[in-house]
Structure formats: structure tokens, C-alpha cells
Design a protein around this ligand. Structure first.
Ligand SMILES: C[S@@+](CC[C@H](N)C(=O)[O-])C[C@H]1O[C@@H](n2cnc3c(N)ncnc32)[C@H](O)[C@@H]1O
Length: 385
């Protein structure tokens, strides 16, 4: 049976002709009523469609709480703004703010949880309302700061959730893949680039492609990073996501690109199935993201794997938890469970090297806590400062 989202997409194609995959994914994930992320809070965890680091262990948010405190000390200002974009179910902020509350570090902290999904915002209100100066909004445009933002914009798995265009390399250069209808069924077909996409193709620079190679492009990721840069007066942007430096992302052996659909923990390519009832995602081009903030003053400052970041910044915290696991009746609280969730976050073959941490800074240096982290910025073609 066709989903409501599928019916809407078909109607639009009948009315206006073939649509880009960016438009298709936007409707499938974010249609205000029938989109995957609008119908319910991101379905993560064992009973959902996929895991993010936040369901693996509260250590992820706890270590970022330490990182945030170090950034705040570095800023040495009475007021610090923390904006989490794509807060989903709110696990990150709930853990982080709970910890800072216990450490009596909430004073002067202003927090915004941003999520475009109504269902997510309802849950965020419930989970975060006990914390002072914490707001839940649908867009970063609603964040109000007087005299520019001083603080940090954080996101985990936000950029991979931005809709993307799909392209194929041919003898005459790149063509875009469009969603069309054939005998009443959705099909993909190659056509000219949609309006405005040529600039994104030109910016690929000297990467070489093989005929038939498919790639994804997300111009919205760059404009978003540039917008964040212009919002920040002084501070940091911390991005955690899966992806690669450009040369690796567009390796010719990734002939079909990196996109996938996720449903009930199965990764598959049946993109025209269960529309609005499954996630659709693709890896992030960290080279592009690193440079996207430059015009608005965001300087790429650190790029390392999630595993390296967590194990450096969180070394003491991890040692403490392993020496004294929460235990008792807490689910996952015994030593075996705790060490396996740490492995899951940090081990290169689990999430440790699949996910990367990119930090931009504007008008401020990185805190000393991050000194000694092997910095892979050169892999993104950026200078180490
Ligand atoms: C993959 S989930 C990640 C949720 C959470 N950060 C985590 O790691 O579990 C992506 C989230 O991004 C939200 N989202 C997508 N585009 C957004 C936008 N432009 N502004 C705010 N939230 C957005 C979706 O509603 C969804 O909750």
C-alpha cells in the first residue's frame, strides 16, 4: 500500500514534472504531516531504525560537557550560549545539562534545543523544561541573542540528515538524477542539472571521477554553516557526523555514492519503498563543510575521528567509569556493558572512525584540553593554525 508521503510526491510530479532527489528526500523526511521525522521523534535505538552515539552511552554527552566547560573557560565570559541543532529526542542536552547542574555550572548558560520536527520538540519540552534558561525552537532563526552569539553551536548527525541531490558522471560531465513516473511507478532518470547546482559542481575542483560514478551534493549544508558563522560573534561550531574528506568520499570504488535508507536496522537502497516511513541519509563532505564557514569568519581548527576526540578529552572520565561502573539495577550499568558501549563509541571499526569531529572557531583559540589531539585538518586541505 502506498504511503501518504508517496501519494503527495506522485501528485507533485504529475503537476510539475520530475523532481530532484533533494526535493523528494525533503518531502519524504520533512513533510510537516507525513515526513519520516515529522510523524514521530527520530526512531533511534534498539526498537527504532538506527543507533546514534546518544543511544549507545551517556558518556558521549558527558565528555562533550567537559569539552564545553573548557570552551566556556577559554571564552572567559559571564554568558555562554549553547545551541544544539537537530536535538532529536533530547538525550544529549538532558545528560549534558544534568551533569553541569550537578557540577553547579549552569549559571550564565543559555541553551537552545533546535529541531524542525514537531514531535521532537514536544519531547524536548518535556525533557528539558526543568533546566533554567533552556528554550526549544524549530529553527536557529528563532534564537535571540543580544549583540551576537558568544558560545557554541553543536550538532550530532545533523548534516547527514540534510536532503541531497544525486548526480551521475557521464562522457559530457555531470548529469542530475531526477525522480520521475513511469507506468505509475517512481523511477530515477538522468537529466540536466537543476537550477543553481552548477556552482556546487564547479566547486568540486580537481577531483577525478569515472564514467557512471554517482555522487551526492548538499548545497544546503554549506549555506547552513555560512549562516552559523554569521550568527556567531565569538565562539565555536562543533560538528559530529559520518563522512570523509573529499578525496575519500568521491573514491571511484564508491560507484553508487554513499546514500542509504534505514529501516528497522536494515541499510538498503530501496528508496521508493516505505516513503515517509524510513530514513534516507548520505555521508558528509567534510572538506566542503570545513571551508564553508570561512567567508563568515569560521576558521577550521580541529578535525579528528570521534574515537580520538572522546578518548583524549574523556580519558579521565572513561577511567573513572571503568573503575566504578554505575552497576546496580541500572540497565547497561555493569562493567561488561559499560566497556562494550565505550568500545562501540571509540573503536575504529565501530563508531570511532566512522564518525568525525570537526571544530570551527571564530575569534577565539581552542582550549588547552584539546592540545595533543592528533589534528587531521590537512586531510581537508586546511592549514593548521
Ligand atoms: C539523525 S537525527 C539526529 C538526532 C540527534 N542529534 C541524535 O544524534 O540522536 C536528525 C534530526 O535532525 C532534525 N533536523 C533536520 N533538519 C533540521 C533543521 N534544518 N533544523 C533543525 N533540526 C533539523 C530532524 O528533525 C531529526 O530530529
Amino acid at each position: 500500500m502506498k504511503t501518504k508521503a508517496a501519494e503527495l510526491i506522485e501528485q507533485e510530479i504529475k503537476r510539475r514534472g520530475p523532481m530532484t532527489f533533494a526535493r523528494f528526500i525533503d518531502l519524504a523526511l520533512y513533510h510537516p504531516t507525513y515526513g519520516y521525522y515529522s510523524r514521530s521523534v527520530a526512531r533511534r535505538g534498539r526498537s527504532g531504525d538506527y543507533f546514534t552515539s546518544l543511544q549507545v552511552s551517556p558518556l558521549f554527552a558527558s565528555i562533550f560537557a567537559d569539552a564545553l566547560s573548557a570552551m566556556r573557560d577559554q571564552m572567559d565570559s559571564d554568558h555562554f550560549h549553547l545551541i544544539e541543532v537537530a536535538s532529536g529526542g533530547g538525550e544529549f542536552l538532558e545528560t549534558l545539562l544534568g551533569l553541569l547542574e550537578r557540577e553547579k555550572k549552569l549559571k550564565g548558560l543559555h541553551v537552545w534545543a533546535v529541531d524542525k520536527s514537531r514531535a521532537a520538540r514536544d519531547l524536548l519540552f518535556r525533557r528539558l523544561s526543568r533546566f533554567p534558561k533552556t528554550h526549544v525552537v524549530s529553527s536557529i532563526d528563532e534564537v535571540e541573542t543580544v549583540g551576537g552569539l558568544e558560545g557554541c553551536i553543536f550538532s550530532n548527525e545533523f548534516f547527514d540528515a540534510i536532503p541531497f541531490h544525486r548526480l551521475v558522471y557521464t562522457a559530457s560531465g555531470f548529469r542530475e538524477l531526477w525522480v520521475s513516473l513511469k507506468e505509475g511507478e517512481m523511477v530515477e532518470e538522468a537529466g540536466p542539472l537543476s537550477e543553481g547546482l552548477q556552482g556546487s559542481v564547479d566547486a568540486l575542483g580537481a577531483v577525478s571521477f569515472v564514467k557512471g560514478q554517482q555522487i551526492e551534493l548538499r548545497p544546503e549544508a554549506e549555506s547552513t554553516m555560512a549562516q552559523w558563522g554569521s550568527l556567531i560573534n565569538r565562539g565555536f561550531v562543533v560538528t559530529v557526523d559520518y563522512g570523509y574528506p573529499r578525496e575519500e568520499l568521491f573514491r571511484p570504488d564508491r560507484l553508487k555514492g554513499t546514500w542509504f535508507c534505514y529501516r528497522k536496522h536494515e541499510a538498503h537502497e530501496r528508496i521508493f519503498e516505505a516513503i515517509g516511513d524510513q530514513d534516507i541519509t548520505a555521508h558528509v563532505d567534510f572538506t566542503r563543510l570545513a571551508r564553508a564557514g570561512l567567508p563568515s569568519g569560521l576558521q577550521p581548527a580541529l578535525f579528528c575521528s570521534q574515537g580520538v576526540f572522546l578518548s583524549h578529552v574523556g580519558r579521565e572520565r572513561i577511567e573513572r567509569v571503568l573503575a566504578n561502573p554505575p552497576g546496580g539495577t541500572l540497565p547497561g550499568g555493569n562493567l561488561k556493558d559499560v566497556s562494550s558501549s565505550i568500545q562501540q563509541l571509540i573503536h575504529p571499526e565501530a563508531m570511532g572512525e566512522k564518525f568525525w569531529t570537526l571544530i570551527h572557531a571564530k575569534g577565539i583559540k581552542l582550549p588547552d584540553l584539546f592540545a595533543g589531539i592528533p589534528n587531521r585538518l590537512r586531510r581537508l586541505g586546511c592549514q593548521l593554525s
